[in-house]
Design a protein around this ligand. Structure first.
Ligand SMILES: Nc1ncnc2c1ncn2[C@@H]1O[C@H](COP(=O)(O)OP(=O)(O)O)[C@@H](O)[C@H]1O
Ligand SMILES: [Mg+2]
Length: 383
């Protein structure tokens, strides 16, 4: 298996090296040769490929000729790399390759995710009402339907650029809108008398970026700090979707999101849910969250028209125990919970073994297209 990433002059290549090393080790345990391939050394003709193998004894990377991979695991970090024409071309080559299985071809974006999930009856109910952020009139209309809205960059991650707008009543009844803007670890709050003022401020913050506005969900909280669930969904050794684990992220005291770098913390979902829903309620909610995550993963894969092997999902739980989908990520960050971490590495290698068996069965004819990808036009990286 080749882990595909972007090259870097100083560090050889981008991406989380520790993560790659863990995967290489897990591969070794299960008899799979795993190495790192960069977009600048990419070549799939001939019998071998150029890649970086890891030498555990010397703790060093060595660039060498390695056997062509059966499977390519896409870990190109950042959309800006993925969108480069030369990288796009490599992705297309991988997707169309007759003998190589390539999964997770592109980043998701929050608007297409919404469109994909909103068109299926099965997933619709878990999606907060979402629209593109276009005009102050539209913002005002949606704000009349919901007491608070989340504004999020379509291509954002890790809480960057997230804002929350709420309707408020202050004593003089003059300041009707509150805007919370997520900064490094806190959110800054300001108030506005009318939508025009609010809109001016929002436009100032978003510049030319595309945004969505989304119904704000009142998350369940633990000691007054809201939390949400992070679910890792992966395919297993049979090529079937399953849940690698469910973690929880507790928001920082002054934060409107739950990201750890923004003051949030990792915690045990059963403990956090248990405080509000009791043991039985918690069991029910976790079971429901897992079921919902699987339904959503299948719908995302189907709508994307591409082959996917894993994704992480942010799910909210409201005061009634209802599950809400916030987003899915096709390049999941490493989970720090040891049991989820182990399962995630095992799943990836087992899925890779599963895929390599499919590769072996593929006809040698050039230009044969993968079963899943052939259902619709190969998907371009999300823009
Ligand atoms: N509609 C919403 N209602 C309530 N909380 C939300 C909503 N959308 C996002 N959040 C909170 O903000 C966090 C970040 O949102 P998310 O959509 O995952 O963006 P990012 O890509 O920046 O991680 C979520 O994990 C959740 O805690
Ligand atoms: Mg998120």
């Amino acid at each position: 298996m080749a882990i595909l990433t972007y090259s870097d002059e100083k560090r050889l290549f981008r991406g989380n090296q520790e993560n790659f090393i863990d995967l290489i080790r897990t591969g070794e345990e299960k008899g799979v040769l795993v190495y790192v391939m960069t977009t600048s050394d990419f070549k799939l003709t001939g019998k071998s490929a150029v890649g970086f193998s890891y030498h555990f004894q010397t703790k060093s990377w060595k660039k060498e000729l390695l056997p062509l991979p059966h499977v390519i695991y896409n870990r190109i970090p950042y959309r800006k790399f993925e969108l480069l024409p030369e990288v796009q071309q490599i992705i297309q080559t991988c997707m169309k390759h007759g003998q190589i299985q390539f999964f997770n071809p592109a980043f998701f974006n929050k608007w297409t995710l919404f469109e994909w999930l909103n068109k299926s009856k099965e997933t619709q109910e878990f999606i907060p009402t979402t629209q593109k952020l276009t005009t102050s009139d539209e913002l005002e209309k949606l704000l009349q339907k919901h007491p608070s809205l989340y504004l999020k960059p379509i291509r954002g991650k890790a809480g960057k650029g997230i804002m929350k707008v709420s309707r408020v009543q202050d004593k003089s009844k003059s300041r009707r809108f509150q805007l919370s803007v997520q900064d490094k670890t806190k959110s800054h709050i300001s108030r506005y008398t009318n939508v025009v003022q609010l809109w001016t401020q929002i436009q100032d913050m978003i510049g030319t970026q595309d945004y969505i506005m989304q119904q704000g969900i009142t998350l369940s909280n633990y000691k007054q700090r809201p939390f949400d669930l992070r679910v890792l969904v992966q395919k297993n050794g049979l090529g079937e979707w399953n849940i690698a684990g469910v973690g929880a992220r507790l928001a920082g005291k002054m934060s409107i999101t739950t990201h750890v770098p923004r003051g949030g913390s990792i915690d045990d979902p059963a403990k956090l849910l248990g405080a509000g829903f009791g043991t039985l309620g918690t069991r029910k909610i976790l079971r429901r969250a897992k079921r919902v995550a699987l339904i959503i993963a299948k719908q995302i894969e189907k709508s994307s028209g591409t082959m996917l092997g894993e994704m992480s999902m942010d799910l909210g739980v409201d005061g009634n125990g209802q599950i809400w989908f916030f987003e899915a990520n096709s390049k999941p960050m490493k989970f720090d919970e040891p049991h989820i971490r182990k399962k995630s590495l095992d799943n990836l290698i087992l899925y890779c073994i599963h895929l390599s068996k499919i590769s072996a069965k593929k006809p040698k004819a050039a230009g044969s297209v993968k079963k899943k990808a052939s259902k619709s036009a190969p998907q371009k990286a999300s823009r």
